[in-house]
Design a protein around this ligand. Structure first.
Ligand code: ZN
Length: 254
């Protein structure tokens, strides 16, 4: 059987989107699932989302939102900061550290920053800075050195998330959006490539459907999956410190 691996990222406590993506991954017959981090933040269901990732993903990396649970959050905007403080309140185990809560907490605390797998580099944000650097299409106009440097640090392929914008940077410093690719597939050539797998739980490319990638020997394919974002919006509005924008953005994909 052909080896087919799914790569997901940026779930952000959106359980409905994660369930829809996992169902599609099962339907496609993937042998393994890799998660590039940001399991939590923004959404209403951190515990159930983390449980599902722990159960289903063979590799799980640390995102900047996961990392923020374990330190003072000074560099986040107010929406992201409120969500992390809310998530920490729900998830942090009490003094008696036992059971499911402690297991999740320790799992998140010990997530690795990156993984090298043959000639693939797996990382949440960027080969230059695994946790925080944003690699954006607009960098090709204003900050080409950053993308060139990231490609230099890429063995052959790098898989990233973090920006919530899916697409591929190639060695000629071009960015390919999934809609410009034939059948949504980027075919691997001889050159290096950095593949941004997009976001499961909070797409920001104006398409509200959950995004992920499958990888086979000859290329990477982008997938979009519809899910019931109105159910997530209702939970967001009914609980926690969330504002209306956190709910509205899910319908607009921003
Ligand atoms: Zn994220």
């Amino acid at each position: 059987m052909r080896q087919r691996i799914a790569v997901i990222s940026d779930i952000h406590s959106n359980l409905e989107a994660l369930e829809a993506v996992l169902a599609e991954i099962d339907r496609l017959g993937c042998q393994e699932i890799i998660c590039l981090g940001d399991l939590v933040g923004y959404g209403p269901d951190p515990e159930a989302s983390v449980d599902l990732v722990m159960e289903r993903c063979g590799v799980v990396l640390r995102g900047n939102h996961d990392d923020a649970l374990f330190r003072p959050v000074l560099d986040f905007n107010p929406i992201a900061r409120n969500a992390i403080n809310y998530t920490r309140k729900i998830m942090k185990p009490g003094l008696v550290r036992a059971g499911r809560k402690a297991k999740r907490w320790e799992f998140l605390r010990h997530l690795p920053l990156q993984q090298l797998r043959g000639d693939w580099l797996l990382v949440h944000a960027s080969p230059n800075d695994p946790l925080k650097e944003y690699l954006l299409k607009t960098d090709l106009l204003f900050c080409r050195d950053k993308i060139a440097e990231a490609l230099e640090r890429t063995p052959r392929l790098a898989f990233v998330g973090h920006t919530h914008f899916p697409g591929v940077f190639d060695e000629k410093l071009r960015f390919h959006e999934p809609r410009d690719l034939r059948d949504g597939q980027y075919r691997f050539g001889d050159g290096k490539a950095i593949i941004n797998v997009g976001s499961v739980g909070q797409p920001r490319d104006k398409d509200p459907r959950a995004c992920f990638v499958t990888v086979e020997a000859d290329g990477a394919r982008f997938h979009r999956v519809e899910y019931d974002f109105t159910a997530v919006q209702q939970k967001i509005l009914a609980s926690g410190p969330f504002d209306e924008f956190s709910a509205a953005r899910l319908a607009r994909g921003e």
